[in-house]
Design a protein around this ligand. Sequence first.
Ligand SMILES: [Zn+2]
Length: 329
Amino acid sequence: MPSQIAHILLGREAAQGLPDGWFPRFSEPSFRLGCQGPDVFYHNRRTKPGAFLYGTRLHRRGWGSFLARFRREALDRGWGPDHPGMAFLAGQATHGFLDRRAHPFVVYFSGWRIPGDPRTESLRHSHAFFERILDVLLWKERVGTSLAECRWQDDLPGPGDFPPDFWTAWAEALHEVFPQLSARADVETRLKNAVSDTQGFLAFTSPTARDHGVRAARQGALHWFHPQVLPDEDFLNLRHSPWRHPVTGEEHSTSFLDLYDQAVVEAQRALAALADHSADWEAMLGNGSLNLPGSEGENSAPQFSRPWSYEELYDREVRARLGEAGKLP
Ligand SMILES: [Zn+2]
């Protein structure tokens, strides 16, 4: 997952592909939640019974198949742009395109921890932290201000903000694709728990929640927060330096913005077909891995990487946050 803000920025740009007049009628917070794709399941770490495994599975395989079924449930029920479920579904459909394009870049530049190898210990949270670095810089590129002003994580919807048929449609689609993961009777409850945890986690780590950042700096959990004092490094690879696909080793020089722009075009195409019954959405969205697609789209393990100095970057953030706290009355 590139992080939450990148997914929302991309979703909003892709929304230009929607049928005329749809986006202004969307419940905008539901759309923003939708843009988080199956990452909403990754945020489900508190409330049980949970839905975490749906996140792992959907990132591996079946993304197109799941969303094509979800769309069928929505259209069969006659949802239009005023239904919050439709806004959520549209956001969901944009997520996978950015994941697929950006994950090789993210993994190459964040590396990974190898259990039992102390030299890789500093990479424990590098993936999550690098994604938040990208959020900050992408926001600056696209919006032009400081991410500290962004309120997108503050008002995401909770379980009470969706009508009952939303949960049924989402649960039906998931259960059809992954029938073995849970008893059908439990799925709605699991989904509500995932949405509730996502709402809580993203509000807690919101760029506007500065006091939470200070607390996280003290507790060693600052990698879930957006950095505020980044050094002047080319994290987005705007200079087009060579990097390698972590699975295939193939050389690239694309910047993060190039990858993002490619994903916008793909997501726009999918949203243009959102209400078109004749469009083959499963093929358009694809079932290949959202993590690290190999040459055939299959989920694959990485080999190549060149991580940034995460220990240094992290310590710099902790010092800044605690320094800021020291200045507070
Ligand atoms: Zn994701």
